[in-house]
Unconditional design. Structure first.
Length: 194
């Protein structure tokens, strides 16, 4: 060992919504082979380099809890009905209990997300100092998407800035988040309808 410390990342899966357009909470959705989308989301984050995963539940959380893999932490966003901001704040609060340098945020409704996208977003920030201040997001075909990398120094200010159904988008734009092209990897499309 050379004494250097590699970046430690915690994955956050936002899965609290009611899935109105989808017809049910997406936390309960399964892929064609029967694999829960929650499992796919967690696996992509772990295989992509996240040491821990936090799953944020809300609608029908009691049913969704059984679909969360045993090595992941699940938390319930108390005010999930108020929108995405409550879920993001809950996930970041749970991440604070880890020693992670950065959080990699994804959504449950990205069943095609590839671990390679997670690795690509993490890769430029391999040193802990770089990761703690990092802001980056995957870009697909010129459009911003997930995963989103949030350095630990941004967790509290971001949590304090989001409201209602707004996620981190405005904060990322205002603070110059790096766009990392993942178009060639695919898997960046969210699924809103069955």
């Amino acid at each position: 060992m050379d004494g250097t410390h590699r970046t430690t990342a915690v994955g956050i899966v936002l899965a609290a919504g009611a899935g109105t357009r989808f017809g049910m909470p997406k936390a309960l959705a399964r892929g064609d082979g029967g694999t829960p989308w929650l499992e796919l989301a967690c696996q992509a984050l772990v295989d992509g380099g996240c040491a821990d995963v936090v799953v944020v539940l809300g609608a029908r959380a009691d049913e969704a809890e059984g679909l969360v893999r045993p090595d992941a932490t699940h938390v319930v966003a108390d005010q999930w009905e108020s929108g995405l901001a409550a879920s993001l704040r809950t996930g970041l609060a749970s991440a604070q209990e880890t020693d992670a340098d950065a959080a990699v945020v994804s959504l449950v409704d990205l069943p095609g997300l590839r671990p390679a996208s997670v690795r690509r977003v993490l890769e430029p920030f391999g040193a802990p100092d770089a990761a703690r201040t990092a802001l980056a997001r995957a870009i697909y075909g010129g459009r911003p998407g997930h995963p989103v990398l949030l350095g630990r120094e941004h967790w509290a200010p971001l949590a304090g800035s989001v409201r209602g159904d707004s996620g981190a988008g405005e904060y990322l734009r205002e603070h110059g988040a790096v766009g990392i092209d993942c178009t060639d990897l695919g898997g960046g499309d969210d699924v809103d309808r069955r």
